[in-house]
Structure formats: C-alpha cells, structure tokens
Design a protein around this ligand. Structure first.
Ligand code: 8YV
Length: 313
C-alpha cells in the first residue's frame, strides 16, 4: 500500500480545524523560518495544502511542491493564493462560500448603522463620563437612505436583502448587471459613490479590483457619504481613504479590513467617525465551525475522489 497523502498547513488555522486535521492526516506545518530547507526535505511528500486568507499558497511555494494537487482555503476570499499559477499547474483550489454569507452581511449592516448613528462613539462618550456634562451630538438617520453596493455576489445580495428591511434604495455596481437582481445597476464605481449616502464594498479582492475605490471615488461619495468595507483592504486606496477621513472629504467609515493587516493607519485611531474592526465579519463560533467543516469536507472528498466540493470559480 502507498503512503497516506501528506497535508501541508500553510499559516495559522482555527485551532479546532488544526486538531481535526491532525487526527485524520499526517500534517506538516510550513515553518515561518527556514521554509526553504523544510520544503527541500518534505516538498515531494505533499499532496494537499490547507491555508487561509492570512497567508495562502504563492507560485513559488507551488513550484517547490511538485506533487501538490489541491489548495484548500479557509475563507471565501482566496486572493492570497495564486489561482492562475495553480490552474497552470493543474492544482485545484477550493474556498468556503455560502456558510459565511449571513454573518458577513450581518456585520456589514452593523457597521453601516454604527457609522451613521455613532454607536461606538456614543459608547466611548458614556464610558468616558461625557454624559455627565453634556449631550452626545445628533447623528444621521439610516432608514430610507440610498446605499450603493460594490459587488453583488452572494454577500452583496445578502446585504441588500437586509437593507430592504430599512426601506433603503439600493443600487449596485459589478462587472456586469446581475440577471434578475431587483436593484438599480450603475455602470461605474464613481457614479455609484456619487448617487448614494453610503457605499458598501462587498466585491472580491485580488489584482482585478485593486484600488477600485480611488481618491476620485471618495470625493464623489462626498462630505455626507459613508464607506463600509467588509471585503478586502486592497479594493480601497487606503492612503486616499485616510486623507478623505481626516479632511472631512467623506463623513465616516466602518472598516473590517485593511491593506496590511493587522496594521491599521494610526491617524484613524483618533477619529470618532470611524469604526475599526479586526477582520471579524465571519468570526462567529457557528460560522467559523461551518467553514472548518467545509474545509475538511473539501479535503476528504478531494483525497478520496480527486474532486473538490466547492472549487473556486
Ligand atoms: C477569513 C475572510 O478567511 O472568508 C474570507 O474571505 O476574509 C475571512 O473569513 C478568516 O478571517 C480566516 O482568515
């Protein structure tokens, strides 16, 4: 009988997932130091890699793993793995769609309400004793406003569905109109920003969408416009965003993602109209467990049948 397939863990994983992997497979963990000599020694034994949005598998690592057949990604976004290089080498890639859609959409709406109504800022106000000596400033109404969604995939649609409950007029921009979507299609990000009270970023990351929310788009959103990002930091020109928030060119922002996580631009930490979250939109116990289960299902199925359950598009 041949040796069991070896699995390579690339980057940190949910502890429960790591334990489940170790119970089932011979798992090697790619060390952060001396990775090269590790790969020289073990590279030929690796059949599948399990990774996440934090690290991913790049083209150089793929080249060093000649028997690699699958990259199984914990997360719906897979911009940290070089999918083009994988395709060229016949390496299959999977992600974890659907199971996190609700929680990510919930958090997007939470951020929208927080930045309009100043929930986090008001909490700081009360804790800091501000209420004893004064009144919290008036905030901005949410219901009935106009919101633009950049990217109307599974998550964008789940956000839209929630916003319908607030009688919000919804428009969106994506590469092309989504057939059957009951929302107004707008054919540029700039126009989407210009015509709305808030812009919610829900498109995938990667080179195709990098910097889509530019300085000009932020200018178009304007001094009364809010930005929410639950997608990837790469979609926004972060320097331009910091400039727009400090100058008042936009009204505020709710950000779950940044270009160089976990680093957050220092000027944002003193702004009360900005809500900063540690990339936690999918981070509920229920959803992270479902993501881990789907990772294991992809890996098990691939190693048995050569097919993934949820291959990336
Ligand atoms: C991360 C995410 O995967 O699904 C995504 O694309 O960004 C998150 O769910 C998770 O934080 C693990 O890195």
């Amino acid at each position: 009988t041949s040796a069991p397939p070896r699995v390579l863990q690339v980057g940190p994983l949910l502890p429960a997932l790591e334990q489940a992997l170790h119970r089932t497979y011979p798992v090697l963990r790619l060390p952060t130091a001396q990775a090269e000599s590790f790969v020289q020694e073990h590279g030929h034994d690796i059949t599948a890699a399990v990774t996440s949005a934090t690290v991913g598998v790049d083209a150089a690592l793929m080249a060093a793993l000649p028997e690699l057949k699958a990259v199984v990604n914990f997360g719906v976004g897979y911009d940290t793995t070089d999918v083009a290089a994988a395709r060229a080498r016949g390496i299959a890639v999977s992600n974890t769609p659907d199971v996190l859609t609700d929680c990510v959409a919930d958090l997007a709406v939470g951020l929208l309400i927080d930045v309009f109504r100043g929930i986090s800022a008001a909490d700081r106000f009360v804790r800091g004793g501000g209420w004893d000596s004064g009144k919290f400033p008036l905030t901005t109404r949410v219901s009935g406003k106009r919101v633009g969604i950049l990217g109307l995939g599974r998550i964008g649609q789940a956000i839209a569905k929630r916003l319908e409950g607030f009688d919000i007029a919804i428009s969106y921009h994506s590469r092309s109109p989504v057939p059957g979507a009951p929302y107004t299609y707008v054919d540029s990000v700039h126009e989407l920003a210009r015509r709305n009270d808030a812009l919610i970023v829900a498109a995938s990351g990667g080179p195709d969408t990098a910097g889509l929310v530019s300085h000009q788009v932020l200018e178009a959103l304007g001094p009364n416009g809010y930005l929410v990002n639950i997608a990837r930091g790469s979609l926004i020109d972060q320097d331009a965003l910091v400039g727009a928030l400090t100058s008042g060119a936009i009204a505020g922002a709710g950000l779950d993602v940044f270009t160089d996580e976990p680093s957050v631009p220092e000027p944002l930490t003193s702004l009360d109209n900005v809500v900063l979250l540690p990339h936690m939109a999918s981070g509920t116990q229920e959803t992270r467990q479902a993501m881990a289960d789907l990772v294991l299902e992809n890996l098990d199925t691939f190693l048995r049948t050569g097919e993934l359950v949820t291959p990336v598009p």
